[in-house]
Design a binder for this molecule. Structure first.
Ligand SMILES: NC(=O)N[C@@H](CC(=O)O)C(=O)O
Ligand SMILES: [Zn+2]
Ligand SMILES: [Zn+2]
Length: 346
């Protein structure tokens, strides 16, 4: 039996490409299937200014193998010193498609993020005025808040107040992991979207911890209880235009993952489209995959759907994905869903 599904070429609305040898290794994994991606700015040092974003974009395009087409959509890393005029100029030139908010200390390379939200108010107001979206890593960092509650508390204490204080600000809640986040999206009528990763549709917190600790399933926001995974599946497969794919594919080398203090991030660029076909088929929603992976994101960002198409075909034998990809910095383990997948992307 072979089933096939052809969708417009998908885009990835949340991607980490890193830099240097790692960029060289992971970029083809995304460019093989995706037309565009929103490129996360959490390099060391972060991509803060328009000039830095332009230089990073050039490095990405220089690393793109001959014959591959891919458009990086650049973002700026919001700091307490970000200049609203620099942001506006980077947007006006067409270079920058979003600004990224990391609460300081919330995740990988977020030390330069925001501590005092009042300090970034002029930037947020400028963004609302010019229609430039804010992408949020939505977790508080308070030591007294349990790690599994940090997303829900962020919505109440940070996100909702920012949105109320900044009418017209368009926000993407990145990599949502809770029913609370999906409920918040559903309750709002405008200026709000949310990305959902592939891995959060597949794993819950038991996958990380039961039967031994699995560092390659550890990412931030950390996977939650099963009820939350099911809420994310319902949201992603609902056809609701506010939800779109952001893989958050986040490569770290094996020594940095398999460590006494392992880095957060799952590397899913290689097999994401196959895994999504599997998940959407399980949910009886293959007809909703084009919306989630190819159409809702461009609609939110005011861009056309990517040219071209991607065909997914289901064969009789499980597809063999590489266990790791090699980079000049060391091996990177590809996300293992823990079950056989029969869908191939070509
Ligand atoms: N998601 C992760 O666990 N890690 C990301 C950062 C992020 O998106 O929060 C990374 O840069 O490694
Ligand atoms: Zn994040
Ligand atoms: Zn990320």
């Amino acid at each position: 039996m072979t089933d096939t599904l052809t969708i417009p070429r998908p885009d990835d609305w949340h991607l980490h490409l890193r830099d240097g040898a790692m960029l060289q290794a992971v970029l083809p994994e995304t460019a093989r299937h995706f037309g565009r991606a929103i490129i996360m700015p959490n390099l060391v040092p972060p991509v803060v200014t328009g000039d830095q974003a332009a230089a990073y974009r050039d490095r990405i395009l220089a690393a793109l193998p001959e014959g591959m087409a891919f458009e990086p959509l650049m973002t700026l890393y919001l700091t307490e010193d970000t200049d609203p005029e620099d942001v506006a100029a980077a947007h006006a030139s067409g270079l920058v498609k979003a600004v990224k908010l990391y609460p300081a200390g919330a995740t990988t390379n977020s030390a330069s993020g925001v501590r005092d939200f009042e300090k970034v108010r002029p930037v947020l107001e400028k963004m609302a005025e010019i229609g430039l979206p804010l992408c949020t890593h939505g977790e508080v960092t308070d030591h007294d808040i349990d790690i599994f509650d940090r997303e829900a508390v962020f919505i109440d204490r940070v996100l909702d107040p920012i949105r109320k204080a900044t009418p017209g600000l368009r926000v993407v809640m990145e990599h949502i992991t809770t029913k609370n986040a999906a409920d918040y999206v559903a309750s709002q009528d405008k200026d709000l979207g949310a990305t959902i990763t592939t891995h959060h549709l597949i794993i819950n917190r038991n996958h990380i911890l039961v039967g031994g600790i699995k560092p390659h399933y550890y990412c931030l926001p950390v996977a939650k209880r099963e009820e939350h995974r099911l809420a994310l599946r319902a949201a992603a497969t609902s056809g609701d235009k506010r939800y779109f794919l952001g893989t958050d594919s986040a490569p770290h080398t094996d020594p940095n993952k398999e460590s006494a203090c392992g880095c957060a991030g799952c590397f899913t660029a290689t097999n994401t489209m196959s895994l999504l076909a599997h998940v959407f088929e399980e949910e009886g929603a293959l007809d909703k995959l084009a919306g989630f992976a190819s159409e809702h994101g461009p609609a939110f960002y005011g861009l056309p759907v990517s040219g071209g198409s991607l065909t997914l075909s289901k064969g009789d034998a499980p597809v063999k994905f590489p266990e790791k990809i090699e980079s000049g910095d060391g091996p990177v383990t590809v996300f293992d869903p823990g079950f056989d997948v029969y869908w191939r992307a070509e």
